[in-house]
Design a protein around this ligand. Structure first.
Ligand code: NAD
Length: 294
């Protein structure tokens, strides 16, 4: 199939390349020319704008930072709806506020464009090997229609409910990931400060109840002092802000999330917003005077 892809950053680039590898044609756009050139070098065709992408394909995928970007790319000048014909399908795979997904879908449906929200979990490594976990909101029938395309990029795609439900699921995912990283950073700082080798602690506990995908991915980064993203602190702040807005609107307090968000805000203020979220270890280094790594 001919598929449009808008937003070719850390995640979008490998996802678009996996569509190409699976034999799909890809028409792509990003505001950063170097990102477009990279995907074009793998066989995609460059478009002039988001509208230009939408005018050439039956399905458009977006993978953008946050709600304002998705609104501008879909609803704005030279946006998807400007180029869309009736019957176009939009799959927004960005992590955005569920309410924003609902707003964008409403505008799409007025133009005869059908939409799914389909954010992902797994980060760059799983985007590269096509094994993302995909959580989907929208019409069940549309989900079934698009499932094969989603499974080119992911190992699983679960229909979670109506439009916005994919992003509500993603917010739960981001709360769990953030708190888990903070727990690992807190505990590994403790052992380091108490004079026990964090590498041995990792080996001793990773197979027990404290073990997790998050610990396996992030503890080695903390022990190496390697905070190259990955998933940037600033993007996680965005997700936790969306989680808190959504939670408060339904009367569900998030006390632990609020604490970790403030730790991330501290890192942002210190100039580390572009670091991987495993840099929560830097927060603990600041308050304890001890780094987890050598
Ligand atoms: P990124 O910042 O690397 O990529 C975003 C891309 O969107 C950039 O290439 C940027 O130039 C492009 N863009 C921005 N505005 C645009 C516009 N108006 N028109 C066209 N292109 C535009 O971000 P990322 O890490 O790839 O994340 C993308 C989304 O996926 C985010 O919502 C993020 O929360 C989510 N996500 C990221 C990860 C991760 O580990 N990086 C994991 C899961 C989900």
């Amino acid at each position: 199939m001919k598929i449009g892809f808008i937003g070719l950053g850390i995640m979008g680039k490998p996802m678009a390349k996996n569509l190409l590898k699976a034999g799909h044609e890809v028409v792509c756009f990003d505001v950063v020319a170097a990102n477009v050139a990279d995907v074009v070098a793998s066989g995609a065709v460059a478009a002039k704008s988001s509208a230009d992408v939408a005018s050439q394909v039956p399905v458009v995928i977006t993978m953008l930072p946050n709600s304002p970007h998705v609104k501008s790319v879909v609803l704005g000048k030279d946006g998807v709806l400007e180029g869309a014909s009736e019957g176009l399908i939009l799959i927004d795979m960005s992590s955005i506020a569920p309410l924003a997904s609902q707003e964008v879908e409403k505008a799409c449906s007025e133009k005869g464009v059908r939409m799914l929200d389909a954010p992902v979990s797994g980060g760059e490594p799983k985007a590269i090997d096509g094994s993302l976990a995909i959580m989907v909101g929208g019409e069940k029938a549309l989900f079934e229609e698009m499932k094969d395309i989603l499974l080119v990029m992911g190992a699983s795609a679960v229909h979670c409910g109506p439009i916005g439900a994919g992003n509500t699921t993603k917010l739960a995912n981001q709360v769990i990931v953030a708190l888990n990283i903070a727990a690992v950073a807190e505990a590994f700082t403790l052992v380091r400060k108490a004079g026990v080798d964090p590498h041995l602690v990792f080996d001793a506990i990773k197979g027990g109840l404290a073990g997790s995908t998050v610990m396996n991915a992030k503890a080695p980064m903390m022990m190496d002092g390697n905070f190259k993203p990955g998933f940037k602190i600033d993007l996680h702040i965005k997700d936790l802000a969306n989680a808190m807005d959504t939670a408060h609107s339904v009367g569900s307090p998030l006390p632990l999330t609020a604490s970790v968000r403030e730790m991330m805000e501290t890192l942002h203020a210190d100039g580390f917003g572009g670091d991987d979220h495993s840099a929560l270890a830097r927060f603990y280094a600041k308050v304890s005077g001890t780094t987890i790594g050598e």
